[in-house]
Design a protein around this ligand. Structure first.
Ligand SMILES: *[C@@H]1O[C@H](CO)[C@@H](O)[C@H](O)[C@H]1NC(C)=O
Ligand SMILES: *[C@@H]1O[C@H](CO)[C@@H](O)[C@H](O)[C@H]1NC(C)=O
Ligand SMILES: *[C@@H]1O[C@H](CO)[C@@H](O)[C@H](O)[C@H]1NC(C)=O
Ligand SMILES: [Zn+2]
Length: 968
């Protein structure tokens, strides 16, 4: 069929390649760059890219979008799109289509019969249907953590490879909609083997400048640590977001004129349309360097009736190219992003270098998309917690062996959770920019995913411990609710540690006794303390539990393993006798590092920005799910003073509760043996009866001489320097002094001077800024009264469990260190925050033969190494990712190459073979062969592996291996 087309000048070339590369199946398979249509080097080549942008949930849930349900909300049905496109592609081999979101394609593929599957496979093998990006979703870039991004990409890419093999491997990353772009995402894409990256949204000032200077396409050097070109990614800004040029939208959802080409009928418009297209092409070519330009022909949920698009594009191509006979120098063709990219690569131009990122994103002077960094804080935490649980579930599936999926507690799996986390990474999921009912759907999917994992975890822990006694997981420990610990007089607690090194954590269990004995796995007594339950926790909990106190003690668990603690009540008379007092302000006033004896002045307080209601004379822009726009740069202080209660001062923990208002409180804690100060904040229900939307922040004001500089992480990994009212790549005209200085933080932010560094590690993604010398502010919660006109059509006003406004609670960990040792503290602290211990409880005393302690590793990993992934792949293979968790130069002790022996990692697995893969695990490392782009500097070399089993990690490097293993 392909050969019959005979449309392309390069036909003979392709035939040659066909013969050389034909697959063992005998079918011609010339996908990838070799399947690209011919272009004309002496003309302006216009690459039409037919595409649809299918959100994996937004105004409707992912399944409503798939089926085309609830079309009263938004007309959109992905199943019909794929049906229609596959029909239309078969009608003409020149036609192309790209598909992006594997969560949808997977649903559709499962429902097709064999003959349709065969047709689709052939279209893929001929490059006529091409997968682009290929993750489960198109992830958000501001509020996602790299661990979950890598997982969701792996999930999608694996489905494509399993289903289509090499022809299903996407060459190009495609983030046409996310609202700003993270450097870490670019780094991840480069390490996954992508040749290029295209996106649609960037700051309007940046875009205007790039158009003028023809810098719409560039080489993004996405890591300061990784040796180029490891994290170099060719990056292009699309000309019209992801829409077609004006006047050329032929979808059923559009109203542009069709091409009326029968001169016998009325309204013949070919000449007019062709001229308009030539004008649009020349205009666009003025902003780009090569004699190739790309036009995205499609948009949100388009192609449900693909005939409309293809019929008109067929004509457009025919009539525009017909003019070549009369001397026109424009050549228009069906193409794909990878075919366009290949032409840019062949053009052998030198591209500008980009080293910072694309945050924050503004589409106009008062329209900064910096609100979603914090929107829906509870969903953001739940997503982060779910990542931790998925990693634990994956690990226990490996450690427990095959019976963990089908064992004493029934059938469990990790796949449901993987898919739930896959959709949760979408740019309208964890970002908090979906409708309320869709937010609930994401949360429900995560809960269902965990329910499947929970069975697996129960089975695995039963196998590892030899005890099948029932096990309870407490979902609501953050609000001190756990029926078992509240009522039981004797119980055991299993602490599973998903990190690759021994870690200790403080735990807090809701209890009703006043004195307990706690013993560890070796029968040793552990210091513990019962702390009365704070008023604020009682108010958040309401009627969901009845604990009067919290039992606080430190636990320690071996790497990738667990330890068991036995807890017995000694006395049950709770005796609430802590002292209450009011100092002048009750605020934090200084912080001292006892190791270095350094002190900084530090005040911390809570404030709220009054959200713009749209009645401002400069612009009607409101604050909403996406956009942060305070109507004044000065926030209101919630209370100048706090009512303070010292809850406890014991050897285990010192804690103080601060009350700022009925809806803002905080507990300040210092745990024995820990270097960080924990601030547990509780905000909500945010009152809005006064008619004012509120964006609540906490601000830390110090005497650190940070000037205009502060630092934020990118997707939880490398840190970028930020500077107030400044962008590294263009002359910023600042129009929003607060919102225009907000940046996403996924795991940390800091300020520093020569002597001191204050680092804040967060438990979820949030927005942060430094607006004053020595000051760092973090947005915690938002409750708003108006929609912000970016499509969601709802004010962000989460009702919460009791319909009076969502209460959010979270933790900030503060560390205060000299700058040169800061990373040694905040790196492990942040990993510990991301991968939380999993606590489970069993009533009564464990039976005598229960194994109270277990470790899946032979020994702790070196401090610089993080075990990012351990997951069952096939029956006898497991996927592992080892990560160097320090940046180059950031730590004197740890920013060095470090070597790990793969055969000496596991205590219960014999490693028989290891093959290295790309970061996305859809390509063998040795087969990776990315397009090269002209760079100005020669490339340095990085450290080499001493032997096949001993792998060396350079700073910030992640290495992915498929291990063939046998359970010992
Ligand atoms: C690409 O351009 C560089 C200079 O920028 C030149 O040295 C090189 O030979 C060119 N390669 C090809 C294949 O034209
Ligand atoms: C810590 O510094 C203070 C003054 O800054 C000093 O009075 C105190 O003796 C120092 N303590 C130690 C243990 O060095
Ligand atoms: C891709 O899938 C094929 C089977 O379709 C398999 O043989 C191959 O090993 C997979 N590649 C990778 C890198 O997993
Ligand atoms: Zn979207």
């Amino acid at each position: 069929i392909f050969i019959m087309a005979g449309l392309y000048l390069s036909f003979l070339f392709q035939l040659f390649f066909c013969l050389v590369f034909s697959l063992p199946t005998g079918r011609n398979s010339i996908c990838g760059y070799r399947s690209c249509p011919a272009t004309n080097p002496s003309m302006l080549n216009v690459h039409l890219v037919p595409h649809t942008h299918d959100d994996v949930g937004w105004l409707k849930t992912v399944d409503q979008y798939y089926y085309g349900d609830r079309n009263n909300i938004q007309h959109a049905g992905v199943q019909y799109i794929l049906d229609s496109v596959i029909d239309q592609l078969q009608k003409d081999p020149a036609r192309r289509f790209i598909y992006v979101e594997t969560a949808f394609f997977y649903r559709w593929w499962k429902q097709q019969n064999q003959s349709t599957q065969r047709i689709v496979t052939q279209l893929v093998n001929e490059g006529r249907l091409e997968f682009i990006n290929g993750g489960w979703c198109m992830s958000d870039e501001a509020t996602t953590h790299y661990s979950a991004v890598i997982d969701q990409m792996t999930l999608g890419l694996r489905f494509l490879n399993d289903t289509f093999g090499e022809c299903g491997r996407p060459r190009v990353a495609w983030h046409i909609d996310p609202f700003g772009h993270a450097r870490e995402h670019a780094s991840i894409f480069a390490q996954m083997g992508y040749d290029g990256f295209f996106f649609g949204r960037l700051d309007y000032q940046d875009k205007a400048r790039r158009m003028k200077t023809k810098e719409m396409e560039m080489l993004w050097r996405a890591s300061e640590s990784l040796t180029p070109p490891l994290a170099d990614l060719f990056t292009g800004v699309l000309p019209n977001g992801y829409n077609p040029p004006e006047g050329f939208c032929w979808d059923q959802s559009c109203n542009d004129a069709p091409i009326r080409d029968d001169p016998d009928l009325e309204d013949y418009n070919v000449d007019e349309i062709v001229q308009k297209f030539l004008n649009a092409s020349y205009r666009q070519a003025g902003f780009y360097k090569a004699n190739h330009i790309i036009m995205t022909m499609g948009s949100d949920f388009q192609y449900e009736n693909a005939n409309l698009w293809y019929k008109n594009m067929d004509k457009l191509i025919k009539y525009v190219n017909a003019l070549q006979a009369k001397g026109s120098k424009v050549n228009v063709l069906y193409s794909t992003p990878s075919c366009y990219l290949q032409e840019l690569n062949l053009a052998n131009l030198t591209w500008p270098l980009k080293t910072d990122d694309f945050f924050p994103y503004a589409d106009d002077a008062h329209d900064f998309w910096t609100g979603y960094f914090t929107s829906r804080p509870a969903l953001k935490l739940y997503e982060r917690l779910s990542n931790s649980r998925l990693q634990t579930c994956n690990q226990l599936e490996v450690l427990g062996g095959p019976k963990s999926k089908s064992g004493p507690f029934g059938e469990g799996d990790s796949d449901t959770m993987k898919r739930a986390m896959g959709v949760a990474q979408h740019h309208d999921a964890v970002s908090g920019t979906e409708k309320q009912h869709v937010a609930y759907d994401y949360a429900r999917r995560l809960a269902t995913g965990w329910a499947h994992c929970e069975v697996l975890v129960r089975n695995s822990l039963a196998i590892l411990s030899g005890s099948e006694a029932p096990r309870v997981f407490c979902e609501n420990l953050n609000i001190s609710v756990c029926p078992l610990t509240e009522s039981s007089h004797k119980f055991s607690m299993n602490v599973y540690n998903p990190l690759g090194r021994t870690v200790s954590w403080p735990v807090r269990l809701p209890v009703n006794g006043s004195v307990y004995s706690v013993t560890d796995a070796n029968g040793r007594a552990v210091d513990s303390q019962v702390v009365p339950l704070s008023k604020s926790t009682q108010e958040v909990r309401r009627n969901r539990g009845y604990a009067k106190g919290e039992l606080v003690f430190q636990v320690e668990a071996p790497p990738l393993g667990y330890s068991t603690y036995i807890i017995s009540m000694l006395r049950d008379d709770i005796n609430n006798k802590s002292v209450t007092f009011d100092e002048t302000t009750g605020l934090l006033s200084s912080l001292t590092n006892l190791e270095t004896n350094q002190t900084i002045q530090l005040t911390q307080n809570f404030y709220w920005y009054n959200a713009s209601a749209g009645n401002n004379k400069e612009s009607p822009q409101t604050s909403g799910a996406y956009i942060f726009r305070p109507n004044s740069s000065d926030p209101f202080v919630i209370n100048k003073t706090a009512e303070t209660q010292i809850v406890t001062v014991s050897s285990t923990v010192q804690e103080v509760t601060q009350w700022f208002s009925p809806w803002v409180s905080q507990v300040v804690r210092l745990y024995e043996g820990h270097r960080e100060l924990e601030l547990e904040w509780t905000v909500g229900p945010v009152p809005v009866a006064d008619g004012l939307g509120k964006e609540v922040i906490t601000r830390l004001d110090t005497d650190i001489k940070s000037s205009d500089y502060f630092y934020t992480d990118s997707n939880g990994r490398e840190v970028l320097e930020r500077r107030k009212d400044y962008r590294p790549t263009w002359e910023l005209k600042q129009t929003e002094p607060v919102a225009g200085n907000y940046y996403p933080i996924n795991s940390r932010a800091y300020i520093k001077d020569d002597k001191h560094q204050l680092t804040v590690v967060t438990d979820r993604s949030q927005g942060a800024s430094s607006l004053y010398n020595g000051s760092l502010e973090i947005m915690l919660h938002r409750r708003l009264l108006y929609d912000d006109y970016r499509g969601v059509g709802e004010p962000l006003s989460e009702p919460g469990d009791f319909s009076d406004g969502l209460v959010a609670r979270g933790r900030l960990l503060l560390t205060f260190t000299p700058p040169d040792t800061a990373a040694d503290v905040h790196r492990p602290l942040a990993q510990g925050m991301v991968l939380q211990p999993l606590l489970s409880f069993q009533d009564g005393t464990p039976s005598a033969n229960t194994k109270l302690e277990f470790s899946g590793l032979q020994t702790d990993l070196p401090p610089a190494v993080h075990l990012l992934t351990l997951s069952q792949w096939d029956e006898d293979t497991v996927l592992i990712r080892l990560e160097h968790q320090y940046q180059a130069k950031e730590s004197k002790t740890h920013s060095q190459p470090v070597t790990v022996n793969l055969q000496k990692l596991f205590s219960t697995l014999d490693v028989l073979g290891a093959s290295e893969m790309s970061l996305g695990a859809n390509q063998w490392k040795e087969d990776m062969d990315r397009l090269q782009w002209n760079t100005s500097k020669p490339l340095p070399l990085s450290a080499k592996d001493p032997s096949p089993w001993e792998v060396t990690l350079n700073p910030m490097e992640i290495r992915t291996f498929l291990l063939r293993v046998r359970q010992l």
